[in-house]
Design a protein around this ligand. Structure first.
Ligand code: NAD
Length: 421
C-alpha cells in the first residue's frame, strides 16, 4: 500500500518505518527540515532501539518530505501522527491535528480517488467524529464513506521499545464509521497476530485514554502504598510481589518510585481531567492520581535533606535525566522538579545520562554535565532518578545514595535509602 504519515516524531516515524518492513511504500511528512534530511540519510532523528537498522534496511521504501500535497497525492492512506500537547491549563491543544486535517481536506478536494485518513494522534473521545470529520467535509466538499474514509487507530507503543511494541502489540484498535476504511486497515495489519478490536471512532479514542489512566493509576497507587511502607519500614517491593501474584491485579506497573513522566501519561491525564471539568464531571480518581504523582519526586529531596540538612554549596550527582531508561526523551521527566528544588537550595548539580544530556541542556544550561557516570559519582551525595542498565555497574562504595528507582546494586553505598523502601 502507499502510505503517507504526517508528523514524524516517535509515533509517526516508528509507524512509517514499521509499515515499510511489510513492503508498504511510505512518505513521511514533517515541517522540520532537519528531521526530513536525517530520515532521507538513514539517520533517525530520535533514539529508539532497532529503529536505525529498520530505517536503513527499508530505505528504498521510505521517503521524507516537507511537501504534504505530493505525499497525499501519491498515497491512498494518510496517518495523522502530529503532537497533541497540553495547553498551560492542562487542556489538550488540537492546533496541529486540526491544521493538518484542514490541509489534507483541501488537498483531497482536488484529488481524484478515495483517500483513507487515519487519526493516530491521541485525541479526546468525540474529537474525530465531532471536530475532525466536520473540518474535512467542509474543506474537501466531500462526504465521508462515499468520497473518503476516516478511522481512529490509537497507538500504544512505549518509548524506548517503540519498534518492538509497534510490531508486537497486545491489540490493535480500529475505530471507523464506514466499512471500507475498516477493511483497508484490517488488510494493512493482516501480518499482526494480536486481536483486532473493531469499534467506533469515539470508543477507540476512549480506549487509549482509559488505558493510560489505568496504568498511571496503578503507579500512583503503588507509590501511595510505598509511602505508607516507608513509614512502617516495610519493603514496598515485597508487597508488590505479593499483590502481583493475584491474577486480577498483575505485577506490571507496581514498581514504586518517584512517579511517571514522559510525553503521554502527564498530558493525557491532564487533558481528561480538564475535559471532565468542562463536562461538569468531577474526576476524583484521575485528579488524585495526578496529585500523588506531582508530590512523589520531591520525596527524594526530603530524604536527601535528612542526611544533609543544608545543601548550600553541596555537590549533588544526579544519575538519569530521561523520563525512563532507553530513551532520550525528557518530557515531564521526574528529574526536572527534583533539580528545580535543589537549585532553590543552592546545591551544585552534576548530572549524567547516557542519552538525554543534549535535550536536558536546553532546559538547564547552567548545571554541570558530566562526561561519564563516574564523574557524577564524585559528589557529596547521589540521587538515582532513571534506572539505566549502565548505573548497575557503578561502584557506589563509600557514597551517600538516595534511590528513586530501586537500583539494588547501589545498596553497597555507605548510606543508602530508597524512596519507598
Ligand atoms: P512528537 O512531538 O515526537 O512528533 C510530532 C511531529 O509532528 C514532530 O516531528 C513535528 O515537527 C511534526 N509536525 C507538527 N506539525 C506538523 C505539520 N503541520 N505537518 C507535518 N508535521 C508536523 O510527537 P509523538 O510523541 O510522536 O506523539 C504524536 C501523537 O501520538 C500524540 O498525540 C501523542 O499523544 C501520541 N502518542 C505518543 C506516544 C509516545 O510514546 N510518544 C505513544 C502513543 C501515542
Amino acid at each position: 500500500m502507499n502510505i503517507s504519515v504526517i508528523g514524524t516524531g516517535y509515533v509517526g516515524l516508528v509507524t512509517g518505518v514499521c509499515f515499510a518492513k511489510f513492503g508498504n511504500k511510505i512518505i513521511c511528512v514533517d515541517i522540520d527540515q532537519d528531521k526530513i534530511d536525517k530520515i532521507n540519510n538513514g539517520i533517525p532523528p530520535i533514539y529508539e532501539d532497532g529503529l536505525k537498522e529498520l530505517l536503513i534496511e527499508n530505505q528504498s521504501l521510505i521517503e521524507a518530505t516537507e511537501n504534504i500535497k505530493s505525499a497525499i497525492i501519491k498515497s491512498d492512506i494518510t496517518f495523522i501522527c502530529v503532537g497533541t500537547p497540553s495547553k498551560k491549563t492542562g487542556e489538550i491543544d488540537l492546533t496541529f491535528v486540526l491544521d493538518v486535517a484542514k490541509t489534507i481536506a483541501k488537498i483531497i478536494k482536488e484529488k481524484d480517488g478515495w483517500q483513507l485518513i487515519v487519526v493516530k494522534s491521541t485525541v479526546l473521545p468525540g474529537t474525530t467524529k465531532d471536530t475532525i470529520l466536520p473540518i474535512i467535509e467542509k474543506y474537501s466538499q466531500k462526504k465521508v464513506g462515499k468520497d473518503f474514509g476516516l478511522a481512529m487507530n490509537p497507538e500504544f507503543l512505549r518509548e524506548g521499545i517503540a519498534v518492538n511494541d509497534f510490531l508486537n502489540p497486545d491489540r490493535i484498535v480500529i475505530g471507523t464509521i464506514d466499512e471500507r476504511s475498516k477493511e483497508i486497515l484490517k488488510k494493512l495489519y493482516k501480518d499482526f497476530s494480536c486481536p483486532i478490536v473493531e469499534t467506533t471512532l469515539s470508543a477507540a479514542e476512549m480506549i487509549k485514554y482509559a488505558s493510560n489512566c489505568m496504568l498511571a493509576t496503578k503507579i500512583s497507587f503503588i507509590n501511595e502504598i510505598g509511602n505508607f511502607c516507608k513509614k512502617l519500614e516495610i519493603d514496598a517491593y515485597d508487597v508488590a510481589e505479593g499483590m502481583g501474584l493475584d491474577k486480577r491485579i498483575g505485577r506490571a506497573f507496581l514498581d514504586s518510585g518517584i512517579g511517571w513522566g514522559g510525553s503521554c501519561f502527564p498530558k493525557d491525564l491532564d487533558a481528561i481531567s480538564a475535559w471532565s471539568k468542562e463536562k461538569n464531571y468531577d474526576s476524583k480518581i484521575i485528579d488524585s492520581v495526578i496529585y500523588v504523582n506531582d508530590k512523589q519526586p520531591l520525596k527524594l529531596n526530603e530524604i536527601l535533606k535528612k542526611h544533609m540538612p543544608s545543601l548550600k554549596g553541596k555537590k549533588i550527582g544526579i544519575l538519569g535525566l530521561a523520563f525512563k531508561p532507553d530513551t532520550d526523551d525528557i518530557r515531564e521527566s521526574r528529574t526536572i522538579p527534583i533539580i528545580k528544588q535543589l537549585l532553590k537550595e543552592d546545591a551544585i548539580i552534576k548530572v549524567y545520562d547516557p542519552k538525554a544530556m543534549e535535550n536536558f541542556r536546553k532546559l538547564f544550561p547552567d548545571i554541570i554535565y558530566c562526561k561519564t557516570a563516574d564523574e557524577a559519582l564524585e559528589s557529596d551525595a547521589i540521587l538515582i532518578t532513571t534506572k539505566w542498565e549502565e548505573f548497575k555497574k557503578l561502584n557506589y562504595k563509600g557514597k551517600i545514595v538516595i534511590d528513586g528507582r530501586r537500583l539494588l546494586e547501589a545498596k553497597k553505598a555507605r548510606i543508602y535509602e530508597g524512596v519507598c523502601w
